[in-house]
Design a protein around this ligand. Structure first.
Ligand SMILES: NC(=O)C1=CN([C@@H]2O[C@H](COP(=O)(O)OP(=O)(O)OC[C@H]3O[C@@H](n4cnc5c(N)ncnc54)[C@H](O)[C@@H]3O)[C@@H](O)[C@H]2O)C=CC1
Ligand SMILES: CC(C)(CO)C(=O)C(=O)O
Length: 300
């Protein structure tokens, strides 16, 4: 399969690199990373060790592939969609955190699949990515149900040795992941603690309530996820990733922009549309947004 990975940072380089031995992969990213991949190949280190040679480019416009994977940060989704709209793709699938697929649907003609990836990835430097945790990929129709296209994409991941499931319940999975991110990311970023410390420490109640609120929004949206299930998912992921710092915690610690809008913004938008009260998510989102506004002022 021809696969284009738009946004080849940590996750995109890892997934693209894992797909490369079995497929014709093009990474779209930025220099100096792309230049090094072009010149010397991509080295995957850590939980998976490999050296592969995907194509590596910096201009994602006017390209074509059977599948485009979107792995930019969520706040770069609109720019990614604009670039992808100039090309030709059989399908587009996001592996990002947060609810970004609707933005891709609004901008693109090809079918947009929903995806989740529980791999851990960190860019070590140009041409080098560390796999910090072997995970699973799920892909399926955005609205749920069987999808021959998702089956084909899942087979392509499987051919490359990636554990994958073609999932008929992506609406539930997307909300479950959103609940986990809403429960862990804000509290861990504000308290500067690991995922495990969110669960064990004084922020536990806030984290659980944020996840439960997402469960209420999901139920109102017909996504088959209850508040208890959302809270259980949060507990499970926080336990499984206990020593890790969440992406939002890393972003805040490094003074970088966060994915607050794709996580808390998405919860609030959907909650407000359906009249669901989400005071905990609203508070967490407001404080992270306030930090971001302060960060922008400090940069000026
Ligand atoms: N890193 C991880 O372990 C995981 C990340 N995710 C999600 O995956 C997404 C990506 O995360 P990371 O890979 O960690 O971020 P990252 O910042 O390492 O990678 C994003 C890359 O996209 C590139 N990019 C953005 N716009 C571009 C454009 N127009 N043209 C070319 N390149 C462009 C950036 O230069 C950057 O290298 C996020 O939504 C994150 O939450 C999900 C699961 C695990
Ligand atoms: C699941 C979790 C919380 C793992 O750290 C994550 O997705 C993130 O850090 O953004």
């Amino acid at each position: 399969m021809e696969v284009l990975v738009h946004g080849a940072g940590a996750l995109g380089s890892l997934v693209g690199g894992l797909l490369a031995p079995a497929h014709d992969v093009t990474l779209v990213g930025r220099n100096p990373h792309m230049r090094r991949v072009r010149e010397e190949g991509l080295r995957i280190e850590g939980a998976v060790e490999a050296r592969v040679r995907p194509r590596a480019v910096t201009d994602g416009r006017h390209r074509s592939a059977d599948l485009a994977l979107v792995t930019t940060k969520a706040y770069d989704t609109d720019a990614a969609a604009r670039a992808l709209a100039t090309g030709e793709y059989g399908a587009v699938c996001s592996l990002q955190n947060g609810l970004t697929e609707e933005r891709l649907v609004a901008a693109l003609e090809p079918p947009v699949l929903a995806g989740t990836a529980s791999y851990g990835a960190r860019l070590l430097g140009p041409g080098r990515v560390r796999c910090t945790g072997v995970g699973k990929v799920a892909v399926g129709a955005l609205a749920g149900g069987e999808s021959p296209l998702a089956d084909r994409v899942a087979r392509a991941f499987d051919d490359a040795g990636i554990e994958v499931g073609a999932a008929a319940d992506m609406p539930r999975r997307r909300y479950e992941k959103l609940a986990v991110n809403a429960g862990i990311n804000g509290p861990s970023a504000l308290a500067r603690v690991t995922n495990g410390e969110v669960l064990e420490g004084p922020a536990r109640g806030i984290a659980r309530e944020a996840a439960r609120e997402v469960g209420r929004v999901a139920a109102a949206a017909g996504a088959d996820l209850t508040p208890d299930e959302a809270s259980d998912a949060l507990e499970r992921v926080a336990r499984d990733t206990a020593p890790n710092r969440s992406s939002m915690c890393e972003d805040v610690a490094a003074g970088r922009r966060t994915e607050v809008e794709a996580i808390y913004g998405a919860v609030l938008e959907r909650a407000d549309e359906r009249g669901v009260a989400v005071p905990t998510c609203r508070t967490l989102g407001s404080v992270i947004r306030a930090w971001e506004a302060g960060r922008e002022l400090r940069e000026k």
